[in-house]
Design a protein around this ligand. Sequence first.
Ligand SMILES: C[S@@+](CC[C@H](N)C(=O)[O-])C[C@H]1O[C@@H](n2cnc3c(N)ncnc32)[C@H](O)[C@@H]1O
Length: 446
Amino acid sequence: MSDPLTGRQRQVAGLVAAGLTNREVAEQLGISRDGVKYHVSEILSRLGVSSRDSVREALWGPADGEAQPNETGRTAAQPGEVDFAKHLLDAMRGSLLQRVLRIATETGVIPALRALPPARASRIAAAADIDVRYARSILSALAAHQVVDYRAATQQFRLSPPHRSLLTPERPDSFLELIDSTTPRDPDDDLLIAQIRHDQGIRLEAGMANEWANLIHILPRPAHGLAAAFSAAPQLAQSLEQGISVGEAGSGRGRLLIELARTYPHSRFSGYDLNPTAVELATADADHAGVANCEFIVADITQHPVQHNLMLAFGMLHDTPNPAKIVAAIARIIAPQGLFIATEIAASSRLERNLGLPLIEVMYDLSLMHCVPHSVASGGEGLGALWGQEATRALLEAAGLSVQIVRSESDAFHNYFIATPQAGIGPADPSGAVRRTGSGGQKGAS
Ligand SMILES: C[S@@+](CC[C@H](N)C(=O)[O-])C[C@H]1O[C@@H](n2cnc3c(N)ncnc32)[C@H](O)[C@@H]1O
């Protein structure tokens, strides 16, 4: 069955189905409110429905599980698949919620919520005697799971009386007791709880090589999503085909660059990462894949003056101790005519705008369990994976870059930030030599 919606319409429809208002959709996609209005009226007419509420059903299918196109435009393969997927996702949410409740209880956040009137994260952090970066992250996860209420106007969190009573250990019907007696303790959570209590983080080294590398397999393949960038930078695909120099900050296991190196044999790809284990593994993977135009180097991108036409930073800015410093360095690397593409989880910097987004609990949980402790370990701000598009945009603009935010149909989880010092990508360097230029194109970065 051919898809009645265009790519852009499907993006808008996905967000409308998730319950976003026109204003929120416009902000998420970086388009005007009138543009959204137009798309919504087209979507209603093309789907043959009369209200926004019907868009979700039209997209996700009726309860009888008939095959329907999903939000990426693919067709659900078999009847029953959608229902079963929902069932599995509920199970995943439930098991994550048990872990978050244990972390929140044993770090003193739930006891503080029980004891306090509605309060801000800083007050709850003080009452629990933990770092506010952790308190904010735990409270956001609890809000995403609808355990606590969040009042955006006052930025206060509150445990409602019925929730409070079921989360009071002295009561015979306490769920905390039940969870404790029925759920095996996860050693990773025990480590996190101990580190939070001691105001410490968890270093990325071990995690990067093992668990994070596994974790990212659940996210869409980044090279697919990169196609979204082609719509915002039309000459990019052609430049990559002809041959340009591409660098990636925080290349990790190197999945993205290896895939790109295979697709664009005339371009050269260099991945930089602080983590020697990740670089070693990425190098081995590149050798195994037989790509000769791709190298991985142990380096701090802020200390590495090599010039590239295109710089990438996928899912790394929020984890670093000083994202402004990284962006300033990248702005220098691509100056004066290059292009910078960063991806971050598609979310707002404001918690209240994220609540209700699909799988948002999972995102906040993973942020608490991985991103925040890793950032804290390196003295970072603990921004978390959901630091949001407003904050990311502001950071890029402060470095003198102009920014466009695009979304990919094949990657519902990320925003793609397309940033340029001026307009467009420079011509390919036929000699293959690295061009070095001055350090212009940045202002206000610290
Ligand atoms: C969350 S991982 C993302 C890895 C990869 N981009 C991905 O999407 O799978 C962030 C990576 O950035 C690296 N990193 C952080 N700060 C860095 C810096 N200043 N220079 C180079 N790499 C850095 C970390 O070592 C880590 O491997």
